[in-house]
Write a protein that binds this ligand. Structure first.
Ligand SMILES: [Zn+2]
Length: 213
């Protein structure tokens, strides 16, 4: 039987330690060059992959996602027609449908998770990283802003909303004819942009850039 070696705790500066996001193994990365990419030595997960032009793409994707969010909340999301009656609903209509009584907290939570927190996260990211694009020093509060953006990541749930909508649509297809509005497609592309942005963002590179300047 092969026994796994006992885990060793690397020593040194805390800022040079990186935990694998999959298996939590600690790695000492102080001597890894900024242009190198590294993988976890236990499970092979990519720990960081700095790429040239990554900041430009990050800011472009975040700006694109913000524009799509404006479209997503300004235009009709779905149009339904059944037995001669037809109605259009926007994301705001969905949120304001429960503003009274016991359901009011649900409205607030929906607005926060699918619009307010994602917009706050994108703005915080652009504020922190944007000036680096032009070779400027980080603006005051850039580190706090980037930390806020990282903390908000699990709370931005536009994609969960889209999954919910997809499930509801499957159930309603038989009862009414459904048309997709501009906001539906904007939300769909928004989810793709944010997923691409998260996949290519290397937090370590950004922290290093913020610290260096
Ligand atoms: Zn690992």
């Amino acid at each position: 039987m092969i026994q796994e070696p006992p885990p060793t705790v690397p020593t040194g500066d805390l800022a040079e330690l990186v935990a694998c996001p999959q298996c939590d193994l600690l790695h000492h990365v102080g001597n890894v060059s900024e242009d190198a990419s590294s993988r976890c030595k236990r499970c092979g997960t990519v720990l960081f992959a700095p790429r040239t032009g990554a900041i430009e793409r990050l800011v472009a994707l975040a700006l694109g996602a913000l524009v799509l969010m404006v479209v997503a909340v300004s235009f009709p999301f779905l149009q339904m027609s059944a037995s001669g009656f037809s109605s259009k609903a926007s994301v705001f209509d969905t949120i304001s449908a429960f503003t009274g009584g016991l359901m009011a907290p649900l409205s607030l939570a929906t607005a926060a998770f699918i619009i307010l927190l994602p917009v706050l996260r994108l703005c915080a990211l652009i504020y922190a990283v944007g000036p680096l694009l032009f070779g400027r020093p980080p603006v005051p509060g850039a580190a706090t802003s980037f930390r806020l953006a990282s903390r908000l990541k699990p709370w931005s749930m536009a994609e969960i909303f889209m999954i919910g909508v997809a499930v509801a649509l499957v159930k309603m297809m038989g009862m009414a004819s459904i048309g997709f509005g501009t906001a539906f497609w904007a939300f769909g592309f928004l989810v793709i942009l944010v997923t691409a942005m998260d996949a290519m963002m290397c937090e370590r590179t950004i922290w290093r850039l913020l610290a260096k300047r």
